[in-house]
Design a protein. Structure first.
Length: 362
């Protein structure tokens, strides 16, 4: 069988796999969550196994500790977060109205620099854009909910996800060896290198960015609560958890926190303290958290990450959000590999150019 035919067979198999995942996307959430947990915790299981503990015992120990801690934290903060979520959405109309009044001086300043008709047209255009943006966000959030949590209640996640995580962590090395044995022998070294690069890239996000997000959630939640901001814990935790979205996560949290502070306090001093909390969080993230836990392992442009998240949410809902950046990292590694192969090939003309230069020197 020719290499070209092998290549197209693998491409066809990949297409069938993607089509299958799209067809069963509504039942993927607990399995994808289990895969994420297993991938995140597998190095810890390996470390315990190296200490002489059997892999089965190490896996059971990690599963019990991890999910026990997660459920305990959820039980502790869920009632408080539920109260803050209900209160926050009750105050959304008042927040919007107050911020609109607060921005009125800016509108008056713009009126002095623009003719009235142009400003009215600009206002109408911005309102239409804002309405379209809000409608789009509602559709995306609705798709995330419909594609994920609406089909699986908390009981199914609590039961299925630990089971999937347990079996994946217990058999992780066996699965890796089995997949390695399926690789076409001629391309096996190159494929192994690609998978090593993918693992490094994804690990930088899954293990690094998740850790950074948890630290930021604690920093923002604690800081905003100490400032006395209404819904500070909720805003801080959500901001930290969505901080993996470059710039957007932090800016969204900052805007919401400032808007709530304006409504609640009505003076500049508390608003400045809110901004200070986010400034401290960003300094800690940029100086310590990101260099230590993420570094340059992901190697993904911010625009590419945002695009991947939007596409993942639109196609697969909440599951798509979980898979977006790992898939984007994989595509990035593959693109870099094929570009490097192209630059070294005769199709690029590098060899021909070298030969010509050699002929000129002679």
């Amino acid at each position: 069988m020719s290499h070209e035919r092998q290549f197209w067979i693998w491409i066809a198999a990949l297409g069938v796999g993607v089509a299958f995942l799209f067809a069963v996307r509504q039942v993927l959430l607990p399995f994808v969550a289990g895969l994420v947990v297993a991938y995140f915790l597998d190095p810890l299981v390996d470390w315990i196994e190296q200490k002489g503990v059997s892999r089965l015992i190490a896996t059971l120990l990690i599963i019990i500790v991890f999910f026990g801690a997660a459920i305990s934290v959820l039980i502790l903060i869920a009632p408080l977060l539920q109260h803050q979520i209900v209160g926050f959405f009750d105050k959304v109309p008042a927040i919007v109205e107050t911020v609109t009044i607060w921005l009125e001086p800016v509108k008056q300043t713009l009126k002095e620099g623009f003719p009235g008709q142009q400003l009215d047209n600009l206002g109408g255009t911005s309102e239409s854009f804002a309405a379209a943006a809000v409608s789009w966000m509602i559709q995306v959030l609705g798709g995330i909910w419909q594609g994920g949590l609406a089909l699986f209640n908390a009981i199914s996640l609590v039961i299925i996800t630990p089971v999937v995580s347990f079996y994946l962590m217990r058999d992780w090395d066996v699965l890796v060896q089995k997949v390695d044995g399926w690789l076409p022998r001629h391309f096996a070294p190159s494929i192994r290198q690609i998978f090593r690069d993918i693992n490094i890239s994804i690990a930088g996000f899954v293990r690094g960015q998740v850790t950074v997000g948890l630290f930021l959630a604690a920093i923002y939640g604690t800081g905003l609560t100490l400032v006395g901001l209404d819904f500070g814990l909720l805003i801080g935790i959500v901001t930290g958890l969505i901080s993996f979205v470059p710039y957007f996560g932090m800016l969204l949290g900052l805007l919401v926190a400032v808007a709530v502070a304006v409504v609640q306090f009505g003076t500049w001093e508390p608003v400045a303290f809110v901004v200070l909390v986010f400034g401290v969080g960003q300094i800690i993230e940029s100086i310590f958290l990101t260099p230590k836990f993420v570094g340059d392992k992901v190697r993904l442009h911010a625009v590419w990450v945002i695009f991947a998240l939007m596409v993942g949410a639109a196609l697969f809902g909440f599951v798509g959000v979980l898979l977006a950046v790992p898939v984007a990292a994989t595509i990035g590694v593959l693109v870099r590999f094929f570009v490097s192969q192209y630059l070294e090939s005769s199709l690029y003309g590098n060899q021909a150019g070298s030969d010509q230069n050699g002929d000129d020197r002679r």
